[in-house]
Design a protein around this ligand. Structure first.
Ligand code: XUL
Length: 571
């Protein structure tokens, strides 16, 4: 492999830009990263990669920050003696939903970059807006209401675009900015998702939109495989449809293949090979499912600041409470996603309410022993009810409920008798197990129609559960996730540090340029992936009796959410 081709994958996330270089056999040969706050925070005044306007609920990032980071990360790769001239293809993973607004000068400036100057200095004039709205933005409630109403209902919007209206989805963001900054919108020649923005810099021309990332906009009609005319009209006004269509540009149908050769800026400045080509970049969640050869019936639970549950599925069953995207590499397949705002933070809050660990440096020690010594649903004796609790320190997306804590009990045999539990009836420590259970029950409730029996007479459930992100290191979380969600082959930790998205990007590049005619991503990556080095079994998964016990209260769990939603609606 000493002189074989290399592939470069990026991860442009909220807080950092990472680059990973892999060989054809997927072995990592180099990496580098730029931490936005640490490296450039004082210059751009950002915190955790973003700027916030609390009054309007706006969260956004300076586009210049990303340009400066791109030069810096490539410089760092070069300083590590990475053989840049062997890089044959580039792809990447970028935070979803964010949008970049190009000016009319963009194409001219992108096509004439001089290697002796920095990107940030040469491309200032290429943007009609200096900021990209970030996925944490929540300034668009009014626009969301209109999106949900436009096709008749949130259900109908989800059938068409894969999702009900969400604050962060790009259509609502464009609609708001067009109203708020009409001159800016008029001066905009193209609008790119972050994935297409980064690809554009490498191509030296504005890149098409990725077929999977397009589904995070509430504008792409998934069944019709086209932009939705009524939603374009809602976003841009009756006379603005053609203008918006041309700003959005083409959607690249093939997630592989080449969009073109790398711009001479990069060959001259960093020693890239002039034959290096750029494949479509995609969103960070689609890229996560490309970090391993994920089979239908396998699920990924990403335990980060937020928590996501991802599956690849041939079934398109949209619903307002979750998301469907086109699969990033495989036509006819979809990606199913649940995105919870209350993930790690909520678990930490429960942890911090417990006594501090005495004999351990691990801040999770008490939480873990408490959670594991508590029986499922806290049923300690035959007469005990099942205990269910929701902990949302932040307003939640799934379901759309304001912040709060709720505790309920029900009959473990069938979920009957659901009632709110008086706080003094709640045994100390119950919440440690209950919070992980409730996160997993919510995932099981919403994914149950996508799974079937993995064989052997077992009940419908995922085959493998892969854990990624910070929480994947926690053995108690792994055990409880498996107890509730099952997993006939067990629960596994994907041992790639925080690199899943960047690796997904790099693997996408390998597949894009090395695939044989008709060879799918999973076939190619499945053949080359070294499972033993990449994953570690961390939980049993399906346990007969335990899994079924959770199944008996699943209806009550859904009912509890409904009741809380109703109370919130009527107050
Ligand atoms: C998904 C979402 C987040 C961002 C994080 O819909 O908003 O997961 O993609 O970068």
């Amino acid at each position: 492999m000493a002189d074989g081709p290399l592939y470069l994958g990026f991860d442009l996330s909220t807080q950092q830009l990472k680059a990973i270089v892999v060989q054809s056999d997927l072995h990592v040969v180099a990496d580098a990263n730029v931490d936005f706050d640490k490296d450039l925070g004082s210059k751009y005044g950002i915190t955790k990669g973003v700027l916030v306007n609390e009054d309007e609920g706006e969260v956004f990032a300076p586009v210049a920050l990303w340009l400066e980071s791109l030069d810096l990360v490539l410089q760092r790769l070069q300083e590590k003696n990475t053989p840049m001239n062997r890089i044959r293809g580039i792809s990447g993973s970028c935070q979803q939903h964010g949008s970049v607004y190009w000016s009319r000068k963009a194409e001219g400036l992108l096509g004439a970059l001089r290697p002796e100057d920095a990107l940030v200095d040469q491309l200032t004039g290429a943007f009609s807006h200096p900021y990209a709205p970030n996925w944490q933005d929540h300034s668009t409630q009014a626009e969301c209401d209109q999106f949900d109403a436009r096709l008749g209902s949130a259900e109908r919007l989800a059938e068409v675009t894969g999702s009900a209206a969400h604050h962060r989805f790009t259509g609502t963001q464009i609609m708001r900015l067009r109203r708020k900054l009409p001159d800016m919108y008029a001066a905009t020649s193209r609008i790119s998702l972050v994935s297409a923005f980064l690809a554009s810099i490498f191509l030296g021309t504005v890149a098409p939109t990725d077929i999977s990332d397009a589904c995070g906009m509430n504008l792409w009609d998934i069944p019709a495989n086209n932009w939705s005319e009524p939603l374009l009209e809602l976003t841009a006004g009756k006379d603005g449809v053609a203008g918006l269509r041309s700003r959005l540009g083409e959607v690249q149908q093939d997630g592989g293949g080449s969009m073109g050769r790398i711009s001479s800026y990069f060959t001259a400045k960093y020693g890239f090979n002039p034959n290096c080509e750029v494949a479509p970049f995609t969103g960070d969640n689609p890229a996560t499912i490309l970090a391993l050869p994920l089979r239908p019936l396998d699920a990924i639970v990403s335990l980060g600041t937020s928590t996501t549950f991802l599956m690849s599925t041939p079934v398109y069953k949209p619903d307002p409470s979750y998301h469907f995207f086109n699969h990033p590499t495989t036509p006819g397949q979809y990606m199913f996603m649940l995105c919870y705002k209350n993930g790690g933070l909520a678990r930490e809050k429960v942890r911090d309410a417990l006594p501090a660990p005495q004999d351990s440096d691990d801040p999770w020690a008490t939480f873990n022993t408490t959670a594991l010594s508590t029986p499922p649903l806290s049923i300690r004796s035959r007469s005990d009810p099942a205990r269910l609790a929701l902990h949302f320190p932040l307003p939640e997306i799934v379901p759309n409920i304001s912040a709060g804590t709720w505790r309920y009990t029900c009959n473990p045999a069938d979920g009957s008798g659901l009632s709110e539990a008086p706080t003094d009836s709640w045994p100390a420590g119950t919440d440690a197990r209950a919070i992980v259970e409730s996160q997993a029950l919510s995932m099981r409730l919403r994914s149950q129609t996508l799974v079937h029996s993995p064989g052997g007479g077992l009940p419908a459930q995922p085959r493998r559960i892969y854990l990624v992100g910070g929480g994947s290191l926690n053995p108690a979380i792994a055990q409880i996730m498996g107890d509730v969600l099952g997993g006939s082959e067990g629960v596994y930790k994907l041992d790639v540090g925080g690199n899943a998205c960047a690796l997904g990007g790099a693997y996408k590049a390998v597949w894009a340029f090395e695939r044989a005619r008709g060879e799918s991503f999973d076939e190619l990556i499945g053949d080359r992936w070294k499972e033993d080095a990449a994953i570690q079994k961390v939980g049993e998964g399906y346990r007969e009796g335990v899994f079924e016990g959770y199944g008996r209260v699943l209806g009550a769990f859904g009912e509890m959410e409904k009741r809380i939603l109703e109370v919130a609606r009527n107050t």
